[in-house]
Design a protein around this ligand. Structure first.
Ligand SMILES: [Zn+2]
Length: 201
């Protein structure tokens, strides 16, 4: 359960990878190394643990987030309680498998024997916990900023960066194209959900 690498070594490795990716930054775009600084700032601002190992060690990450949620009086409830909500909004482009509403994170149920469900839960929590803490620390934060922060923390983690290190060009495109697309899709979905919010019941 311990962190796999010494964090100083890890930081050096990440910066090394990102410096190579910076060269491929499109004109007017964000340098991956600058985006990393932004991401780390988000992580530290909310007191979030690193989520780099959420794929390989979902159980320990889930435990950390459940604890953090408890300390902040944030509820985490299983999706099946909200089956109707997810079904009704499926056609309305509800692509995300989790949601944060009314101080409650609704995410995949914890299934100790189901590796995929565990990973899905860990991944969903790594996004929704950001929204939950934003709601407490900065209520009324503009949606686009909220999504940018959540995706930066969730997606641009050392595990993924190291995984993609074989292609510095892909890392630059990930920062400047893929992640912004996730943010845009999420904002569109949120707008639809807000139009007919069913979770207040
Ligand atoms: Zn979000």
């Amino acid at each position: 359960m311990a962190e796999k690498k010494d964090s100083a070594t890890n930081d050096e490795l990440i910066l090394n990878i990102l410096t190579k990716a910076d060269v491929f930054t499109p004109e007017g775009g964000i340098k991956p190394s600058e985006y990393w600084a932004y991401r780390e700032n988000v992580r530290i601002k909310y007191g979030l643990p690193e989520c780099a190992d959420k794929w390989d060690f979902p159980v320990s990450y889930i435990q950390k987030i459940e604890q953090l949620a408890k300390e902040n009086k944030i509820e985490i409830r299983p999706k099946h309680e909200f089956q109707l909500f997810f079904e009704e909004n499926k056609a309305g482009a509800l692509t995300s498998k989790s949601v944060f509403r009314d101080n409650t994170i609704i995410a995949e149920q914890h299934q100790p024997d189901d590796w995929w469900a565990l990973r899905a839960r860990a991944n969903q929590l790594s996004h929704e916990i950001v929204h939950a803490l934003q709601n407490i620390m900065f209520p009324g934060m503009p949606d686009h900023i909220a999504e940018q922060e959540a995706y930066a923390y969730q997606q641009f983690n050392p595990g993924e960066i190291i995984y993609k290190s074989y292609s510095p060009e892909d890392i630059a495109s990930w920062v400047n194209k893929t992640i912004p697309e996730w943010v845009a899709t999420s904002l569109a979905v949120d707008n639809k959900l807000n139009q007919h919010d069913k979770i207040d019941e």
